[in-house]
Write a protein that binds this ligand. Structure first.
Ligand SMILES: C[S@@+](CC[C@H](N)C(=O)[O-])C[C@H]1O[C@@H](n2cnc3c(N)ncnc32)[C@H](O)[C@@H]1O
Length: 262
């Protein structure tokens, strides 16, 4: 796919309900494969206690909260964010336990199992609802992605499958890395997960572009933006049966630390 789907297309065409079809755990093989991989990596990083602090900012949260389920064990305050009002509203609906909110229990129960059932899902659900203190609008293409707000620098910035959706080329990806780095304390951590060698993904009947990323590019762009790579993992796609939904070949999971000079 050649044409970049920018902010205007997202505003009009990104349907949170259609996107959430990928997260009906147990009924979507491609969705299951991606989230089980991300959840395992996030559990190892956050639930183990190797990465902790006061505040975590999740950038480009979409309408989803799966990515925050282990993080809430290590960070007291979580700020979720997205470019789209409809995604902010979807997370708010879940946070306030309003009618029609997405049911995250199958995913939540899986995360509690991964974490060794120290916590049961209803407890974790309540903890996560308390931890997500704000759901803000953001744009990774702005120097201050939270403008007009100025947030105190966070201990951790997390972003799952967002930058490849939001950036139209390698130059804007590099700029977005610097932009989100401005939200982090020196020495703070960036946790990134997403897809490699991907050109599109479907949300309902709408096709969204994805910036074609390679491991080589990421290993060069992160240090160039002032990050030291602490962990870089990939996993090849196993299920090749849904290539019409997304042409990804590999998943990646990265932990990087912002240099103290940056
Ligand atoms: C593939 S979804 C990922 C959502 C979620 N993080 C997840 O893991 O499922 C891509 C997200 O990027 C958001 N996005 C697109 N352009 C953006 C921008 N310029 N700044 C911030 N987020 C953006 C979209 O609204 C969408 O929620």
């Amino acid at each position: 796919m050649d044409e970049f789907t920018g902010g205007d297309v997202y505003q009009k065409e990104f349907n949170p309900q259609a996107y959430l079809e990928y997260f009906k755990f147990g009924s979507h093989t491609l969705g299951d494969e991606s989230i089980t991989y991300y959840l395992e990596c996030l559990c190892q990083t956050f639930a183990s206690g190797s990465l902790r602090g006061d505040t975590l900012i999740d950038i480009g949260s979409g309408p989803t909260i799966y990515q925050l389920m282990s993080a809430c064990e290590s960070f007291e305050t979580i700020i979720a964010s997205d470019y789209l009002d409809q995604n902010v509203q979807e997370i708010e609906k879940w946070r306030k336990n309003e009618p029609g909110a997405f049911d995250w229990s199958p995913v939540g129960i899986y995360v509690c199992e991964l974490e060794g059932k120290r916590t049961k899902w209803p407890e974790k659900e309540a903890k996560l609802r308390r931890a997500i203190q704000r759901v803000l609008k953001c744009d990774v293409n702005l120097q201050n992605p939270m403008a007009p707000l100025h947030l105190p620098p966070a201990d951790c910035v997390l972003s799952t499958e967002c930058l490849e959706a939001a950036c139209k080329d390698q130059a804007s990806y590099r700029a977005a890395l610097s932009n989100i780095s401005s939200l982090l304390k020196p020495g703070g951590h960036l946790v990134l997960c997403g897809v490699l060698e991907t050109t599109f993904y479907m949300v309902g009947t709408w096709k969204f572009s994805s910036l074609f990323l390679t491991e080589e590019f990421l290993k060069e762009a992160l240090p160039a933006s002032g990050f030291n790579i602490v962990q870089f993992k990939t996993k090849s796609r196993v299920d090749k049966g849904m290539l019409d939904l997304c042409d990804l070949t590999e998943f990646y999971f990265i932990v990087a630390q912002k240099g103290t000079e940056a």
